[in-house]
Design a protein. Structure first.
Length: 109
C-alpha cells in the first residue's frame, strides 16, 4: 500500500486534508496527514492526523468522543490535497463549534 500512497507525499511529508460532513457537504476542518496517519485512517475507518505542534499522530475524538467515521477519501487533481468525507459525531472543532470555520471575515452575498 505504501507504493500506492507515494504520489501524495512527493511534494511534502505532510498533506492537507479537508474534512467534510458527507451528509450536508459542510466543511468541518482542515488538518494534516503524513503517510502513517493516512494509512491508520484507511485501516481503522476513522480519521488520524499529524499534529505539527506536538509532532505526533492524533486520532480525532480519542479524548472528546467526537469521532469522524470515514465515508470516502478523494485526492485533488494534483495529488497534493485530500478531501475526507466523514460522518461527524458531535462538534468537529475543539471550541465546541460544529465546524472550525465559524469566524466570518467577509460576506459579499
Amino acid at each position: 500500500m505504501d507504493d500506492e500512497l507515494e504520489r501524495y507525499f512527493r511534494k511534502s511529508d505532510l498533506i492537507p486534508a479537508i474534512i467534510q460532513e458527507e451528509s450536508t457537504g459542510e466543511v468541518l476542518m482542515l488538518a494534516y496527514m503524513n503517510r502513517e496517519s493516512l494509512v491508520k485512517s484507511m485501516q481503522t475507518g476513522y480519521t488520524w492526523f499529524y499534529s505539527r505542534s506536538r509532532n505526533t499522530l492524533w486520532n480525532k475524538g480519542e479524548t472528546s468522543g467526537n469521532t469522524q467515521k470515514i465515508v470516502s477519501i478523494h485526492a485533488d487533481c494534483d495529488d497534493d490535497t485530500l478531501l475526507v468525507k466523514v460522518h461527524q459525531k458531535g462538534p468537529a472543532c475543539h471550541t465546541g463549534s460544529r465546524s472550525c470555520f465559524f469566524k466570518k471575515i467577509i460576506h459579499n452575498g
